[in-house]
Design a protein around this ligand. Structure first.
Ligand SMILES: C[S@@+](CC[C@H](N)C(=O)[O-])C[C@H]1O[C@@H](n2cnc3c(N)ncnc32)[C@H](O)[C@@H]1O
Length: 302
């Protein structure tokens, strides 16, 4: 199933808006513009200018249409947020007033079967956010060894049946290359076991792990957070929304390290959220994608 016009409400909009408090003379970076929901909200609230990055060209095309009326105040760039320093340097920008990173996968990516992210809709085993670079999941699964695969599923999926699942995937692919998400999901479900009473589909954790692996989602996240805080003007804020505990842990530790440098030098930022903010019950009900969100924010100090 391919959704032509994905509906996507931005997560924790009120919290993002009150933390970034956009100004007409301000420049903001939406590091994960996705379907453009947060960027649209910032522009509507009076942000002077927004640079929006995404590594998915489909997401950018969607955002471009959604943000058409703001075209004079927004620039969309096909880039990985880990290259933000280069994106800014190419535009001779030395400081920004705020940044947002709404991490992870978008509802459009999950809902489009052809992108191969979902265990609910059958599609090719791809899972790349940037469909023009790197190996597809099918290619990667064709040559990965069982031990590496088990580690990936265990670490990135926090899946206790990782060894069993890895063994089942490797023995299935040794019989015949895995090419479709439905095939993989059924191999994983059979290996993970569990009854229909379970809240989570037994393939959930493994699919999350494989997605993080294929897209290198945790690689360089700390360096990105550090360099983005360093790019903020004094008083500028970085807001990060994470959707799983591994990602949130990196955000928490990196923010702490910035606020309390080990070498006792003066910190360049202070943490605004000693505990992460979470969606209200009403938002969780209205927008199920928000359920596991954890928001943390940091402010640049002089
Ligand atoms: C949760 S969605 C963002 C949704 C957006 N805030 C909105 O309101 O529509 C996350 C987006 O981040 C993008 N993304 C993930 N990792 C990225 C990276 N390293 N660099 C750039 N974009 C990335 C994904 O392609 C996806 O479109």
């Amino acid at each position: 199933m391919t959704t032509a016009t994905p509906s996507h409400a931005p997560v924790m909009p009120a919290e993002v808006l009150s933390l970034l408090a956009p100004r007409p003379d301000g420049l903001y970076v939406d590091c994960t513009v996705g379907l453009g929901g947060h960027t649209e909200m910032l522009l509507n609230a009076g942000a002077g200018r927004v640079i929006g990055l995404d590594r998915d060209v489909n997401a950018l095309a969607h955002a471009r249409t959604r943000l058409e009326t703001f075209s004079a105040r927004v620039e969309l760039v096909h880039a990985d947020y880990r290259t933000l320093p280069t994106v800014l340097a190419e535009r001779n920008i030395t400081g920004i007033d705020g940044a947002l990173a709404d991490l992870g996968v978008s509802s459009m990516q999950l809902d489009d079967a052809e992108r191969g992210f979902s265990f609910r809709h059958d599609g090719p085993l791809d899972m790349r956010m940037n469909a023009s670079a790197g190996e597809t999941l099918a290619d990667r699964l064709a040559h990965v060894d069982e031990g590496t695969l088990a580690d990936v599923i265990y670490q990135y999926g926090e899946e206790r049946h990782a060894r069993r699942i890895a063994r089942a995937i490797v023995s299935a692919r040794d019989r015949q290359p895995l090419a479709r998400t439905a095939e993989l999901a059924s191999v994983v479900r059979r290996a993970a076991g569990g009854g229909t009473w379970q809240r989570l589909d037994p393939a959930t954790r493994t699919f999350q792990a494989l997605r993080i692996w294929i897209n290198g989602e945790l690689d360089g996240l700390d360096a990105f957070l550090q360099s983005t805080v360093a790019t903020l003007h004094t008083g500028g804020r970085l807001v990060v929304i994470a959707f799983h505990s591994l990602e949130d842990r990196i955000v928490k530790h990196t923010f702490r390290a910035i606020a309390k440098p080990a070498d006792e030098t003066e910190p360049i930022g202070r943490v605004l959220t000693p505990k992460p903010l979470e969606p209200t019950d009403a938002e969780r009900e209205e927008n199920p994608r928000s359920r596991s969100a954890k928001l943390r924010a940091m402010e640049r100090v002089a």
